[in-house]
Design a protein around this ligand. Structure first.
Ligand SMILES: Cc1cc2nc3c(=O)[nH]c(=O)nc-3n(C[C@H](O)[C@H](O)[C@H](O)COP(=O)(O)OP(=O)(O)OC[C@H]3O[C@@H](n4cnc5c(N)ncnc54)[C@H](O)[C@@H]3O)c2cc1C
Length: 446
């Protein structure tokens, strides 16, 4: 999380400094209107910068995954940029309305009747002057829509599929707000470094928005697979789905990565961890899918062997890459999936390893547990299964008791966010430098 905090704060500080350098030469005086105009420009441009950066991240670019810590974290940053856009948008709206409010409250004297404004004679300045009022109205109405949209995006109880569909409106909002800014940004600012960065961000944001509106996000990374096999684990309400990948279609993945999978075009893509290793020999991907909501419930009955399935990816940096002498893995519930892929990979490359895998599960399926035991044995990984309901809940103290070498180890957690956060706090309190050593797949993109 440190990486996304640094990216957000660094971006904010950088844009603020560049704005101050660009705006300072043209500021004359310190009166209310001067400060208000500065606030309007600053907040408006930072709101648009946040929107544009959020749109760019929505393209799921692979490049920044390394330094931001994976796509799950990039979506977290996307969310914070949305909150930033809302905050700066509110400031922008308040600053734009401030003179009217101050006059209504009697804090500011109204301007007397003034002579009609003369429009410039040259084509572009004249066009900009004529567009001013429509651009202001457009910006105001889009802002009201944005407040509702971002508010709904932040309400976790709002159904995910409705949120996802309505979220496309954000792309249209990006285009409208860019038009608003092109008319209203102080022309002199475009010639400064701040203007250059803003122009690049706006152009990138619009490109991303157009791709989102045309449904082209991730299109070049989409592979048409064929559903080969479906197997149910009824006790754990899980499905195992095996897909045949076309030769040369899938470039491979690292154990622990995930993909967006579309079983039903009308439902759209859902993220699932790839539960198999890619050896390059078997052109297959395996997924373990738990019934957790509308799309996953009853999925087995709707799937047909031989049907086409779209797979986009791979994404994520939960790939077990570190140099610690010991690793502790914790897979809670269906959060066991990244470890399945890694076990498979390690089983194919025999060596002595120091790995302890803890699987905490509430609804274990015996057939699945048997397979897990076999795989762990083949991979040389010590397996500890903890069944909720039959045994006490797994705690940090239990893990440390069973793994005396924990001070030298790194921890890799996948499962419910609150369980991960509790374990992280616990290990941190016991002295583990968790920022470097506690890795967690977020398992949520909103
Ligand atoms: C990186 C990652 C890896 C995952 N790996 C697995 C896995 O291996 N096995 C597994 O069973 N589950 C996995 N999940 C969770 C899985 O994506 C959701 O359970 C599934 O999308 C639920 O869809 P639903 O419509 O049935 O449920 P809903 O009730 O509609 O949604 C439940 C929750 O699932 C998430 N979700 C729903 N739809 C989407 C979507 N289109 N895109 C992103 N998130 C969505 C939201 O957080 C939502 O609140 C993973 C999630 C992420 C983010």
């Amino acid at each position: 999380m440190k990486s996304i905090r640094n990216a957000a704060l660094g971006g904010f500080a950088g844009m603020s400094v560049l704005f101050a350098l660009a705006a300072a030469p043209s500021v004359q005086g310190t009166g209310f209107i001067v400060l208000r105009n500065l606030a309007v420009q600053y907040s408006g441009m930072l709101a648009l910068s946040c929107m544009s950066a959020a749109c760019l991240l929505a393209l799921r670019p692979r490049g920044p995954e390394g330094w931001l810590g994976g796509l799950d974290r990039m979506y977290r940053l996307h969310r914070w940029l949305g909150i930033g856009a809302l905050g700066f948008g509110l400031l922008h709206w308040a600053a734009a309305k401030a003179p009217g409010i101050a006059i209504a409250l009697g804090w500011l004297a109204p301007r007397g009747p003034h002579a009609p404004r003369l429009l410039p004679e040259n084509f572009w300045p004249r066009l900009l002057a004529e567009m001013r009022h429509p651009a202001e109205s457009l910006g105001e109405w889009v802002f009201y829509v944005l407040v509702v949209m971002i508010g709904l995006a932040l309400l976790r109880w709002f159904p995910y599929h409705v949120f996802l569909r309505s979220h496309r409106l954000m792309a249209a909002a990006q285009l409208a707000l860019t038009a608003h800014a092109l008319v209203l940004v102080e022309p002199s600012l475009w010639l400064s470094p701040f203007g250059g960065v803003l122009a690049l961000l706006m152009a990138g944001g619009c490109w991303a928005a157009l791709k989102a509106l045309l449904g082209r996000i991730g299109a070049r990374r989409r592979v048409r697979a064929t559903l080969a096999e479906v197997r149910a684990f009824p006790e754990s309400r899980c499905l195992e789905v095996v897909l045949d990948m076309p030769p040369g279609g899938w470039a491979g993945h690292e154990a622990g990565q995930f993909a967006f999978v579309t079983f039903e075009p009308e439902e759209g893509a859902h993220p699932f961890t790839i539960a198999s290793a890619w050896t390059g020999e078997m052109h297959q991907l395996r997924f373990m899918i738990k019934e957790l909501g509308d799309a996953t419930r009853g999925l087995q009955a709707r799937l047909r062997r031989g049907q086409t399935v779209l797979v986009e990816g791979p994404y994520g940096r939960f790939v077990f890459a570190d140099s610690r002498p010991h690793q502790i893995w914790i897979g809670a519930g269906v959060g066991i999936t990244p470890f399945l892929a890694r076990l498979e990979q390690l089983a194919a490359t025999p060596a002595i390893r120091n790995i302890d895998l803890f699987h905490a599960t509430g609804d274990a399926d015996e057939a699945f547990l048997d397979r897990l035991r076999t795989l762990a044995l083949a991979a040389g990984v010590r397996l500890h299964v903890r069944r909720a309901g039959q045994e006490p809940r797994l705690t940090g103290a239990d893990i440390r008791g069973l793994v005396p070498a924990w001070p030298e180890a790194s921890a890799w957690f996948c499962g419910p966010a609150s369980f991960g956060a509790a374990l992280r706090r616990d290990f941190s309190a016991m002295g583990m430098p968790v920022d470097e050593r506690f890795h967690q797949e977020l398992f949520a993109l909103r």
